[in-house]
Design a protein around this ligand. Structure first.
Ligand SMILES: Nc1ncnc2c1ncn2[C@@H]1O[C@H](COP(=O)(O)OP(=O)(O)OP(=O)(O)O)[C@@H](O)[C@H]1O
Ligand SMILES: [Mg+2]
Length: 307
């Protein structure tokens, strides 16, 4: 058995407005999935449907090759979820929160103790264990919220924007924890608007847009197909428009280039152009072909398809 989650023709509407349109998807065991897409794309709705928190209007959700709807009770224990909205008991300490959720999720006392030690150490919550959740900082609350998803028998973990408000160190800790746990065979379905996290996790990318999957593939495949470098120049004062370039006062931008080499060639030509080489340059940026540029390409593609 290699399939962790299979979605077939999932549809969901809110107030007669389609939010998910015929989603087909297969997630293999052990994969880290980066569910990306703009605000309102349908990511959180899809996560709620995959975890049984919300029913689809149509379509089938299979977890570990069994229908989630028909086996909700027996399958629920394999799913750990940290939704987008914080779900912690503010009056309890970190330790009490983790222990409580362990008990709710059916762990024995010995399992709670073992998981608690493990989870609090990977999310770096040990030193804060006796602090009341209400008194934690925003980033600390997020870490606790993500840690709670692991206080169970869950093998498939859903983290909906776990790093919102987390500082660089906290983010790195969360990324490190996910990498470590995925090596032990756990699945992660992860949403974020910080695209570098997807690169750090080397996640399989699912790009959801307007309720449909617009692109899917390994990070490498997505970069190969959609990522394009771009070139930006800032001048000391306004410069004339140049064909093919986006211009704003003293700023020129050229996107969708083929390679860094092409950036250099174009830059050399530009710096020899008599229309602008009299104006002093302040800054030059070559923006590499990263996931952010792939994301922009996908968004622009969807907008041009709509028009
Ligand atoms: N309970 C609800 N009732 C009505 N509309 C809803 C409900 N939940 C979500 N929606 C709508 O469904 C669409 C998708 O929302 P969803 O929360 O899934 O987006 P998202 O991709 O997670 O966005 P974000 O990046 O902002 O978290 C949005 O237009 C939202 O307004
Ligand atoms: Mg969301």
């Amino acid at each position: 058995m290699t399939t962790a989650i299979k979605l077939t023709k999932i549809c969901k509407e809110f107030n007669q407005h389609p939010v998910l349109k015929n989603i087909d998807l297969e997630i293999k065991k052990g994969e880290i999935i980066g569910l990306l897409g703009p605000n309102g794309a349908g990511k959180s709705t899809l996560i709620k449907i995959m975890t049984g928190l919300l029913l689809p209007d149509n379509g089938e959700v299979e977890i570990l090759e069994k229908s989630l709807l028909k086996n909700k009770h027996s399958l629920r224990k394999y799913l750990g979820i940290a939704p987008q909205e914080l779900g912690i008991y503010p009056q309890l300490t970190i330790k009490q929160n983790l222990q409580n959720f362990g008990a709710i999720n059916g762990l024995s006392s010995a399992q709670i103790e073992e998981k608690y030690l493990y989870v609090s150490s990977i999310f770096n919550l040990n030193d804060l264990k006796n602090k009341k959740a209400a008194d934690l900082s925003g980033g600390q609350k997020r870490r606790l919220h993500s840690a709670i998803a692991l206080m169970s028998h869950a093998k498939i973990i859903f983290l909906d924007e776990p790093t919102v408000g987390a500082d660089v160190n906290s983010r790195n800790q969360i990324i490190h924890a996910i990498k470590m746990l995925s090596k032990q065979g756990m699945n992660f379905i992860y949403t974020t608007h910080y695209l570098q996290e997807m690169e750090a996790l080397n996640a399989k990318i699912i790009f959801l847009n307007n309720g449909a999957i617009q692109a899917t593939g390994s990070l490498e495949e997505i970069l190969q197909i959609y990522a394009r470098p771009s070139l930006e120049l800032y001048f000391e004062k306004a410069i004339p428009s140049l064909k093919g370039w986006k211009k704003e006062d003293n700023h020129l931008k050229l996107t969708n280039l083929n390679s860094n080499k092409q950036c250099i060639t174009i830059l050399k030509e530009l710096l020899n152009n008599p229309q602008i080489n009299q104006t002093p340059l302040m800054n030059i940026k070559i923006i590499k072909a990263d996931l952010e540029s792939a994301y922009q390409t996908l968004l622009e593609k969807s907008i041009s398809n709509e028009n």
